[in-house]
Design a protein around this ligand. Structure first.
Ligand SMILES: Cc1cc2nc3c(=O)[nH]c(=O)nc-3n(C[C@H](O)[C@H](O)[C@H](O)COP(=O)(O)O)c2cc1C
Length: 193
């Protein structure tokens, strides 16, 4: 009789962490050799000052690109952008000449990072600090500029799969008209530095 195979702890931990539903972003640099990478480790950190973070594997091509460029954009994907998420998670994309064939990308005025203008939301960030995070580094960024298409619907990631959640599925009215007006006023606002 063969002994039952122990499930590696790393795999168990991954599947446990996969119970935490997240949105999906593509983080991007700019300059001569811009890179983008699908990331769901994006987190808001502070409103005043405006700080966010993203965790990047130390052996990712994007890790070196971010350290060298010193700024990054965070592009929150909409439900219609699963193909974009898959592209920027595929290591084979580096072999193709143009890493940004999908989406409406343009260079940001504040940092020069590439912004996905047809995303659900975007933030343009200057790198503030890099912290050790084991096999990842934690990149803390100061938000210099941001914008959102608040009518779009989010792309979600849960239990290792992409999901869509249409607004009609929201069980609680998620925004009153006052909050919507505030969001409209904030759209594409610049943050004083
Ligand atoms: C849904 C999803 C979320 C991901 N989130 C992260 C992340 O937060 N940090 C990270 O380093 N890699 C993350 N990855 C893996 C990278 O996107 C992938 O390994 C990528 O090819 C690495 O970038 P590189 O080609 O620049 O090395 C994620 C992949 C997927 C599919």
């Amino acid at each position: 009789m063969t002994a039952p195979q122990a499930v590696p702890v790393g795999r168990q931990l991954r599947s446990t962490l996969g119970c935490f539903a997240t949105g999906i972003t593509v983080v991007a640099t700019g300059g001569q050799q811009p890179h983008g990478m699908t990331a769901n480790s994006f987190t808001s950190v502070s409103i005043e000052p405006p700080l966010v973070l993203v965790c990047v594997r130390v052996d990712a091509v994007f890790h070196e690109s971010l350290r060298a460029f010193g700024s990054y954009s965070v592009n929150v994907l909409s439900a219609a952008q699963e193909e974009v998420a898959r592209h920027f998670a595929n290591p084979a994309r580096h072999a193709v000449g143009n890493e940004f064939p999908l989406g409406n990308w343009s260079t940001s005025e504040q940092t020069g990072a590439l912004l996905l203008r047809d995303s659900h939301a975007w933030l343009d960030c200057r790198l503030e600090q890099v912290y050790d995070g084991g096999d990842h580094s934690i990149f803390l960024g100061r938000v210099l500029d941001f914008g959102a298409d608040i009518a779009a619907e989010p792309l979600l990631y849960y239990e290792g799969e992409y999901h869509n959640l249409s607004r009609s599925q929201f069980t609680v009215p998620h925004r009153d008209s006052g909050a919507r007006r505030t969001a409209d006023a904030l759209r594409s606002a610049s943050v004083p530095t």
